[in-house]
Design a protein around this ligand. Structure first.
Ligand code: 5GP
Length: 126
């Protein structure tokens, strides 16, 4: 099992505050395991975020420390959110930034959903 996967979780991060209801969000979906909402600074016509309710820094942390039910719950919520946003049929992209090279800004695991137009190449060629 990987060991170096858990930076300390910062409970003041913006998504923890959204989960606690301290900051509003444009909610799309929620259940026992996850919350989905629109990104405040959309990078595509549709840009949503799906986050687990548990305190996990990133996917690296989540896949080691979360329960099977939490892991299943997050991915099911991603699929449900895509359906609710009518992204499934035209197609969409999911992405999760992890750590420094991933350019992760908010240290609470989140899955981005992008859609609403042709998304082009997977990564910029820089
Ligand atoms: P990261 O770079 O960590 O993968 O992405 C963080 C995302 O969170 C960014 O797309 C950013 O626009 C979004 N974001 C940051 N603060 C807020 C906020 O207060 N509300 C919402 N809805 N999104 C936020």
């Amino acid at each position: 099992m990987p060991v170096n996967t858990r930076d300390p979780y910062d409970p003041t991060n913006i998504f923890a505050r959204i989960l606690r209801g301290e900051i509003p969000c444009r909610e799309i979906y929620q259940d026992a395991h996850a919350l989905a909402f629109h990104d405040i600074n959309p990078q595509a016509p549709v840009h949503a975020l799906v986050i687990p309710r548990g305190a996990y820094v990133s996917l690296a942390d989540f896949t080691v420390h979360a329960s099977d039910a939490e892991i299943a719950g997050l991915w099911r919520a991603v699929g449900i959110t895509a359906d609710l946003l009518a992204l499934t049929d035209p197609g969409y992209r999911i992405l999760s930034n992890i750590g420094g090279h991933g350019h992760q800004e908010v240290p609470h695991l989140h899955v981005h959903l992008f859609g609403g137009r042709q998304l082009g190449a997977m990564l910029p060629r820089t």
